[in-house]
Design a protein around this ligand. Sequence first.
Ligand SMILES: NC(=O)c1ccc[n+]([C@@H]2O[C@H](COP(=O)([O-])OP(=O)(O)OC[C@H]3O[C@@H](n4cnc5c(N)ncnc54)[C@H](O)[C@@H]3O)[C@@H](O)[C@H]2O)c1
Length: 320
Amino acid sequence: MHTVLVTGGAGFIGSVTTDQLVARGDRVVVIDDLSRGFADNVHPDATFVQSDLGDRGVVESLLADYRPDAVIHFAGYIAVGESVRDPGPFVDRNVGRSTTLLDCLVRNQIGNVVFSSSAAVYGEPDQLPIGEDQAKYPTSPYGWTKWAFEQVLGFYEVAHGIRHVALRYFNAAGATPSRVERHEPETHLIPNILEAARGGQTISVFGTDYATPDGTAIRDYVHVSDLADAHLRAVDYLIEGGASTPLNLGSGVGFSVMQVIDAVRRVTGQDFPVDLGDRRDGDPPELVADPSRARAVLGWEPKRSSLDEIVRSCWELRDA
Ligand SMILES: NC(=O)c1ccc[n+]([C@@H]2O[C@H](COP(=O)([O-])OP(=O)(O)OC[C@H]3O[C@@H](n4cnc5c(N)ncnc54)[C@H](O)[C@@H]3O)[C@@H](O)[C@H]2O)c1
């Protein structure tokens, strides 16, 4: 049994990861300021501390009280478009307050960090599928903050011996029987298409003239349960002395926006109007992971990440 501190555990991916940690018998402490999360997302057997990560006093006393073996750091702001309009809070939370967390870990001699990074660090990739060593050209302030904090983690390893795994998620999606994706506002494609399927309203497609087979953008969707599983494996890997590394978490298969719309129509049996609009700035045509390093390092295999299963897992819970 390990003790794990989960920052951002009242959010989407953090709550599913907390559920899996509790289920395997770990002791879990969640810190979340509920700026974007929900208290009822936190498993009742986890200890919940409602606080900002940047509050040194709270974080220090929490670390001293619970002495976690590892920290999984999800807390941060995630909306790419918002980061373009108002970058300050993203830099502040995703880099500044996250660095405060690292300082508290140093002072308490806690050294294993699993970090929620993102495919956004790559920007427009030079080649596909995307391997971890490809050039990083983030195209948004959000992507930049993720890449910057990966480097901060590298500095803290050299200076203080903190080891880390930076998990670069592609598109997190799907639901579990206890947790559905809830972002306010929701900017992610699958929950928005499902909302259209539920209510019959129009779904907007941004860009139909990309150099892809049907002209719409291609992304790699990975089920939130598979993502959570990778975090548990990364915790064990670090506790066993594994070396710091970035790892891509994706299924390795890409689907276009039109293919996702077709999957929702197929799985739900519902039809809805589609509005074909212009591209959004900074949206690359295609992002597909090469997940082979995660397979080799963690023995991780996405098991629930077929598109139909992702859509079905959300649709089955629509009235829950
Ligand atoms: N959802 C995706 O597709 C995706 C893809 C790539 C990377 N990520 C990363 O994964 C992580 C989790 O994503 P999510 O979809 O679960 O987001 P989410 O918004 O549902 O969860 C983030 C949580 O962090 C909390 N938080 C934010 N700032 C905080 C602070 N300073 N102190 C304490 N709590 C704070 C929020 O209240 C929220 O509960 C984020 O770091 C995100 O950048 C997500």
